[in-house]
Structure formats: C-alpha cells, structure tokens
Design a protein around this ligand. Structure first.
Ligand code: NDP
Length: 280
C-alpha cells in the first residue's frame, strides 16, 4: 500500500492559525510581535523566501520590516543595523537571510544578533542550549519536521532515526531534537561508508542532503516515516526533494511531498518563534 502523505501545507496552515490567535491575545495585552528580516544583495531565491516570510507575518498580524541592503553593503554597516535592531523594542525577532555575500562573515553576523531575538536559532549560544536541553529557539526547519511528526501522532520515542546530512541549520539540530525525544539517532554524511544500509535501518528517515532524489525506495525500510527536507530545482520549473518520491512512496508508511511537505512548515515555525520571542 502506498505511504500516507505527511501534509505540510495543511499542518502549516493549522500552525499559522494557532499563531494568529496567539498574536491576537498578545495584542490585547499591548504587545505586537515584530520581526525584522535583513536581506543583503539580490539573490533571486532569497528574495522569494524573504517576500514569503513578510507575507506570512502580515497574514497572522505580526509586524514585519524587511531591510533590503545592496550587495556592496560592508560587514560593519550590516553589524550596525543588527545592533540597532537588537535595541529596537518593536522588534522581537531578527532574521538575516543566508547566504550572505562572500565579503561578509556569516558567523560574526549571527553572533551579533541578541540571543533573545535569534528566532532562526543559529547562534552558538542557542545551539548550545538546544544540545543541553535548555530553553532555546528551535531552528525552524527541524522544528517544522518535529511538529509534522507530532501533529500526525508519530512518537519518536524508542524508534531508530537516521538523519542524512549534518549541516548546522538542518542535520545536526534535527538529530538533537530527535534525540531529545528519545529516538536512537544515527547521523549520516558524505563519508558514511554504507549509506543505503544505514537508511534501511531507519524507522524515521530524514533526508537533508541537497542532492536531487538520491534516496531511493530500495534504501527505505517497509513502513518507515520519510521526511524529505531537500528542495532541488531541476530544469526550469520542477522542484524535487532529496528522496525519489515515486519509489519511496511504495515502501514508506508516511512520506512528505516536495513541494508541500517541510517547506511550508519552516515559515510557520519562524512565525511561532517570533511570537515566542515576543511573549518572553
Ligand atoms: P548542506 O549542503 O549544508 O548540507 C548537506 C549535507 O549532506 C552535508 O552534511 C553533506 O555531508 C551531506 N551529503 C552531501 N552529499 C552526500 C552524500 N552523497 N551522501 C550522504 N550525505 C551527503 O545543506 P542543508 O542542510 O543546508 O540543506 C539540505 C537540503 O535541504 C537542501 O536541498 C536545501 O535546499 C534544503 N533545505 C530546505 C529547507 C526547507 O525549508 N524545506 C530549509 C533548509 C534547507 P558533509 O557534511 O560530509 O559534506
């Protein structure tokens, strides 16, 4: 029997509705959650992401400001803007859209964002808190994956989870969040000796690789939950994930589509983190 679909679009809409209600409650107390998004340069994909984030904020009543800076902006100018936003009481969350132009050091920029406004959850202090299980902002994409599981009633406890990819923004925090929820976690990467064999052990398989359709049905355990984080553009228009959907859907028990799986959850979690920052 083909897998059931983990419908990110539908679940993200439900999360956005919850956020909208929370924003209304905060407004009654005189607090309007505010998000500042900073975009440097004119990368077309980043422009689309930033526009979507701004629109999503407006839809739920979050005050949102987009700072569009030219590609030649110096690191010092960018840091000055972040420091201003750190001190701006109308702004509860700050997001700097990555990637930044090569003359700007991403780490220095992320380190400058005040911890209590780091709604992307990328700063070292926030990541440290995530690892030790302290209060933190969960990075939006892995957080979205966890909410997909929760809202579908899939409990990671005691399950074998395999995360393919070890980036700081997806793979590593994903593994930590699954571990915190009592899964037994394996992290795979480009030097993993036998990737297919590792993947076949997974009750929950998360693909965050950035290689179109590289995880195929023969690498998936019968009935597994498959979460495809990948977004890869193939040709002019087509988007595909890191999982080969047509073969995987025949083996998995649950699977996320691309598009319409993890992508919409990422933005919903950004809204949730911004509201959480305002509440704190
Ligand atoms: P990165 O390029 O930072 O990391 C990719 C990871 O995959 C690395 O750890 C790399 O290993 C590993 N990898 C590469 N090739 C192989 C291989 N052949 N076998 C096993 N592992 C391999 O990517 P991101 O984590 O930033 O993103 C991953 C994907 O998720 C991309 O498609 C991206 O577009 C998408 N994405 C989607 C989001 C969403 O909202 N849905 C948000 C963020 C990302 P190594 O460390 O050894 O190099």
């Amino acid at each position: 029997m083909p897998a059931q679909i983990l419908d990110g679009k539908q679940i993200a809409a439900a999360v956005r509705e919850e956020v909208k209600q929370e924003v209304a409650r905060l407004k009654e107390q005189g607090i309007t959650p505010g998000l500042a998004v900073v975009l440097v340069g004119d990368d077309p994909a980043s422009q689309v992401y930033v526009r979507n984030k701004h629109r999503a904020c407006e839809e739920v009543g979050i005050y949102s400001v987009v700072h569009r800076l030219p590609g030649e902006t110096t690191q010092a100018e960018l840091l000055d803007l972040i420091k201003q936003l750190n001190n701006d009481s109308q702004i509860h969350g700050i997001l700097v859209q990555l990637p930044l132009p090569p003359h700007i050091d991403e780490k220095t920029v992320i380190d400058t964002i005040a911890l209590e406004k780091d709604v992307d959850g990328f700063s070292p202090a926030n990541v440290g808190n995530l690892v030790i299980g302290d209060k933190c902002f969960y990075p939006c994409t892995p957080h979205g994956c966890m909410v997909l599981l929760d809202k579908t009633g899939i409990d990671p406890r005691g399950k074998k989870a395999v995360v393919v990819g070890r980036s700081n923004i997806v793979g590593k925090p994903m593994a930590m969040m699954l571990l915190a929820r009592h899964a037994t976690v394996t992290i795979c990467h480009s030097r993993t000796a036998n990737l297919a064999e590792e993947c076949r052990q997974a009750d929950i398989l998360v693909a965050a690789v950035g290689k179109p359709e590289m995880i195929t049905g023969d690498m998936i355990k019968e009935g597994a939950v498959v979460i495809d984080v990948g977004i890869n553009r193939v040709g002019e228009k087509k988007l595909v994930g890191d999982v080969h959907f047509e073969s995987a859907v025949q083996k998995a028990g649950w699977i996320t589509p691309v598009p319409g799986g993890v992508g919409p959850m990422t933005i919903a979690m950004l809204l949730k983190n911004t509201v959480e920052a305002a509440r704190r």
